[in-house]
Design a binder for this molecule. Structure first.
Ligand code: PMP
Length: 457
C-alpha cells in the first residue's frame, strides 16, 4: 500500500498547526499567526480558492498577481500534464526543446517590435538581475565600462534578491538590507497621487521627467540603465502614472545613451488594458522583464527580451570572453514553457482584452461612490488594477497611524465574507483573474466597501 501524500484529516486547524511547526512564510511576521489563522487551501477553481473547512474565497489579487485565467484551468492543466509525460526538464546550456523555442518565437511576435532575443530565468527577481547584469555587460563589451550605476524611481519595487532590491525603493523591503545593496540613483516618481493641487496627471509626469533629465544630465556617463515599472508601481501601493512619462523617458534614455529597462513582471499580459503597458506610451524598451502572468500563475518562469543590438555585443569568438554569464538550473524549464504557451494560446483564442475592458469599466463604476468616502483619499485605476487609498482624513490626506493596520482589518473582513483582498498597508486594491464574472466582480467590490467601512470606523 502506498502512503498518501496528505496523511492527516484535511481541516484548517490540523493543516495550519502542522504548517506553523515548520514552514516560514514570505512577507509575513510569523508571530501574527498567534492571532491570525493560517488558511490552508486545498483546491482552486476559476477565481475561487477553497480551504480545508469547505469555505471559499474569491481571489481578488490573482494570488500575488500571477493568475490570469483562474485556478486549475482545464486547458493550461492539460498542457502541463502532457508536457510532464514528455519532458519535465533538461539542462538549457547546449540543449534546447520545442516549448522554449516556440515560446521565444511567440514572445518576440507579441512584444513591441525590435525585441528579438529572449533570455529565460525562473522568477521575476531573477529577470531583473538578468536585465541589470546584461545592461552593465553590454556597456562593458562596447568599451563603456565606466557605466556601472542604475537609476530607479522613488517608490519603485523590482524584487527582493539583492540586485533587484537595490533598485527598489519601498522602505518596507529595502531599509533593513540597505548596507548590503548597490547604490542606485533615485529619480522622482511620476506618481499622479503626488500631483500638486490642480495639476493634471500628465503635468505631474512631465515634472518627474524634468527630475530624470537633470539626473541624466549629471550622471549619464556612469549610468547603465533606467529601470521602471510601466504605468503602475504595484508593490509601491499601486501608485499610477500617465503614459506620457513612458514616451518622454524613452526620448531621454536615447538622448543620454542609457538603457531603458521595463519591468512588466506585474503589469504585463493585459493587466493595464493593453497586452503590455509599454504600448500605451508607444515605446520599445531595451530590456523587457516578464514573469508572473507569463505562465497564467501556474509555474515560476521569467523572460528578459532585448534587442539584436544588445545580443550582438556579446556575440564573438569564445576566446573574447564576451559571453553573458547567468545560469539558473531551471532556465527554460519545459513544464513552465508549455503552460506559458497554453496561456498565450488563451489570449489568441478568446477576446481577453475586450472582456477586460468591460470588467474594468464595471470596476470603475462600482468603485466610484468611494470617491466621496471620508476615509478615501484616492480611487485610481489602470485597466484591471484598481486601488483605494484609505486615510484618517480624506481632505488633508492624513494617513492612519501605520500601527492601526486598517488594511489588515479589511483583509480579515474579506476572509469572513468570501473575498481574498490583501491590502498593501492601507491601500485596498483589486487585481482579479480575468475570468471573474460580473457578479463575482460586484461581490469583491461590495465586500471591500463594507470592509472599508468596518476598518475605518
Ligand atoms: N518586479 C515587479 C514589478 C514585481 O511586482 C515583482 C513581484 N511582486 C517582482 C519584480 C519580483 O518577482 P518575483 O516575486 O517573482 O521574484
Amino acid at each position: 500500500m502506498t502512503t498518501p501524500i496528505f496523511s492527516s484529516p484535511l481541516s484548517n486547524q490540523t493543516l495550519a498547526a502542522r504548517d506553523l511547526r515548520h514552514v516560514w512564510h514570505p512577507c509575513t511576521q510569523m508571530h501574527d499567526h498567534e492571532t491570525i489563522p493560517m488558511i490552508p487551501i486545498v483546491r482552486g477553481s476559476g477565481p475561487w480558492l477553497h480551504d480545508a473547512d469547505g469555505r471559499r474565497y474569491l481571489d481578488g489579487i490573482s494570488s500575488w498577481w500571477t493568475n490570469l485565467f483562474g485556478h486549475a484551468h482545464p486547458v493550461i492543466s492539460a498542457a502541463l500534464k502532457q508536457q510532464a509525460d514528455t519532458l519535465e526538464h533538461v539542462i538549457f546550456a547546449g540543449f534546447t526543446h520545442e516549448p522554449a523555442i516556440r515560446l521565444a518565437e511567440e514572445l518576440v511576435a507579441i512584444t513591441p517590435p525590435g525585441l528579438e532575443r529572449v533570455f529565460y530565468a525562473d522568477v521575476g527577481s531573477a529577470a531583473v538581475e538578468v536585465a541589470l547584469k546584461m545592461s552593465f555587460h553590454y556597456w562593458l563589451n562596447t568599451g563603456r565600462g565606466e557605466k556601472t550605476r542604475f537609476i530607479a524611481l522613488a517608490n519603485s519595487y523590482h524584487g527582493e534578491t539583492l540586485g533587484a532590491l537595490s533598485v527598489s525603493d519601498v522602505a518596507l523591503y529595502r531599509k533593513t538590507y540597505g548596507p548590503l545593496l548597490l547604490n542606485p540613483l533615485t529619480a522622482p516618481s511620476p506618481d499622479a497621487y503626488l500631483g500638486e493641487p490642480g495639476e493634471t496627471p500628465e503635468a505631474t509626469a512631465q515634472r518627474a521627467l524634468e527630475g530624470m533629465r537633470a539626473l541624466l544630465e549629471e550622471h549619464a556617463a556612469t549610468t547603465c540603465a533606467v529601470i521602471i515599472e510601466p504605468l503602475v508601481q504595484c508593490a509601491g501601493s499601486m501608485r499610477m502614472y500617465h503614459p506620457s512619462y513612458l514616451s518622454g523617458l524613452r526620448e531621454l534614455c536615447d538622448r543620454y545613451e542609457v538603457h531603458l529597462i521595463a519591468d512588466e513582471i506585474a503589469v504585463g499580459f493585459g493587466r493595464t488594458g493593453t497586452l503590455f503597458a509599454c504600448e500605451q506610451g508607444g515605446i520599445r524598451p531595451d530590456f523587457m522583464c516578464l514573469s508572473k502572468g507569463l505562465t497564467g500563475g501556474y509555474l515560476p518562469l521569467a523572460a528578459v527580451l532585448t534587442s539584436e543590438t544588445v545580443y550582438q555585443a556579446f556575440y564573438a569568438e569564445y576566446k573574447s570572453g564576451r559571453a553573458f554569464l547567468h545560469s539558473h538550473s531551471y532556465t527554460g524549464n519545459p513544464l513552465a514553457c508549455s503552460v506559458a504557451l497554453a496561456t498565450l494560446g488563451l489570449f489568441r483564442d478568446q477576446p481577453v482584452l475586450a472582456r477586460n475592458r468591460e470588467l474594468a469599466a464595471r470596476l470603475a463604476r462600482r468603485l466610484a461612490p468611494l470617491r466621496d468616502h471620508p476615509h478615501v483619499a484616492d480611487v485610481r485605476q489602470h485597466g484591471m488594477i484598481a486601488a483605494v487609498e484609505l486615510v484618517a482624513d480624506a481632505r488633508s490626506r492624513t494617513p492612519f497611524p501605520a500601527t492601526d493596520r486598517r488594511g489588515l482589518r479589511v483583509f480579515q473582513y474579506g476572509l469572513q465574507h468570501e473575498a481574498l483582498l490583501r491590502p498593501l498597508g492601507d491601500v485596498v486594491y483589486f487585481m482579479p483573474p480575468y475570468v471573474v464574472s460580473d457578479d463575482e466582480l460586484d461581490h469583491l467590490v461590495d465586500v471591500a466597501i463594507r470592509g472599508i467601512d468596518v476598518a475605518c470606523a
